[in-house]
Design a protein around this ligand. Structure first.
Ligand SMILES: O=P(O)(O)OC[C@H]1O[C@](O)(COP(=O)(O)O)[C@@H](O)[C@@H]1O
Ligand SMILES: [Mg+2]
Ligand SMILES: [Mg+2]
Length: 335
């Protein structure tokens, strides 16, 4: 039985967006249960097709997409843009909002019992489908994610700070637990898929080389590395503990702009992070100032504690001989 009020505490949710948020939470609660039951509910991680981005679609990707699309038909949403759909779908011609969604983020972790999530971005709807989404990310009026982990949580911003809600498994309601999440500014953690090292640009290699060099390098201190391969889980760790996440563009075919998608991954995560006092860029410039040129466009993405994200950008401004220098000889960033 579905709870009438999936969101118990509504004071931070703009009234006009409450039907939409309730709908997202309702589906999030159902998905959380499906994920908890895992193989008891079927082969959730089985490959069932391929999406426009060329990624394999897992059974749970498709189930999640269908569940959100169906429920959002009666939630004042005009345009629905999903990672799992080729084009924007019109749900309710009278709807006021445009919703972009990554219905299931971290698909490679479905079968391994590691945190996965749903990421969403909300704009005011325009009269046409694509222009409702292909606009500067700072025009978002809401953005956030649901993380399905040991706990299920909703983390969301409407431009007035970032709020965190915990799904109470007893009442099946999201309960406000933090009204102004802040990204810790001191941390010694970085997150990057290091198997791509040989494909990275020189500034990214130099930045990571200097982290790995630890107290023997120009940074003169040791760092730790994490890589969950679920963007929601990395975001949640950084909101809790600080640090920096990088998915840069690299030299692999199709990865010139990295892997992550602007409209339904980077824009909303960037909004959440900036509203929590952190910083989000495309490695150099603010992500919220960027505009996707197509629905499934990718972008390099770097976010986390402000000073760390700024430092990554600064490595892109280093003179050539500094970037090329072995870390031991890189003078500019020596502490
Ligand atoms: O496997 P890689 O290249 O490390 O990429 C991991 C990244 O891909 C993603 O899984 C992409 O999202 P989807 O699972 O929604 O396609 C991110 O969650 C994660 O940060
Ligand atoms: Mg994703
Ligand atoms: Mg996905």
């Amino acid at each position: 039985m579905q709870n009438e009020n999936p969101l118990r505490d509504l004071e931070h949710i703009p009234a006009a967006l409450q039907p939409l948020m309730n709908a997202l939470c309702e589906v999030g609660i159902e998905l959380s249960r499906t994920i908890q039951r895992g193989p008891l509910g079927g082969a959730l991680g089985a490959e069932v097709g391929e999406n426009t981005g060329g990624d394999a679609q897992k059974a749970l990707d498709v189930m999640a997409d269908e569940a959100f699309m169906t429920r959002l038909q009666t939630a004042n949403v005009r345009w629905y843009a999903s990672e799992e759909q080729d084009v924007v779908i019109e749900l309710d011609p009278k709807g006021d909002y445009a919703l972009a969604i990554d219905p299931l983020d971290g698909s490679s972790n479905i079968d391994v019992n590691v945190s996965i999530g749903t990421i969403f971005s909300i704009f005011e709807a325009k009269d046409a489908a694509d222009p409702s989404f292909l606009r500067p990310a700072n025009e978002q009026i809401g953005g956030g994610y649901i993380i399905y982990g040991p706990q299920t949580m909703l983390v969301v911003t409407f431009g007035k700070g970032t709020q965190e809600y915990l799904l109470d498994p007893d009442t099946k309601q999201f309960v406000l637990i933090e009204e102004a999440v802040q990204v810790p500014q001191t941390s010694r953690e970085f997150a990057i898929n290091a198997s791509n090292y040989r494909h990275w640009s020189k500034p990214i290699r130099a930045y990571i080389d200097d982290c790995i060099a630890g107290d023997e390098g120009p940074r003169a201190r040791n760092f730790n590395m994490r890589w969950v391969a679920s963007l929601v889980a990395e975001t949640h760790r950084i909101l809790t503990r600080g640090g920096v996440f990088l998915y840069p563009g690299d030299a692999r075919k199709g990865y010139e702009k990295g892997r992550l998608r602007m409209v339904y991954e980077c824009a909303p995560i960037g909004f959440v992070i900036e509203q929590a006092g952190g910083k989000a860029t495309n490695a150099q410039d603010p992500i919220l100032e960027q505009t996707a040129d197509q629905l499934h466009a990718r972008t390099p993405f770097v976010f986390g504690s402000t000073e760390k994200v700024s430092r990554v950008a600064a490595y892109h401004d280093l003179p050539e001989q500094e970037v090329n220098a072995l870390f031991g000889n890189r003078g500019l960033f020596r502490v």
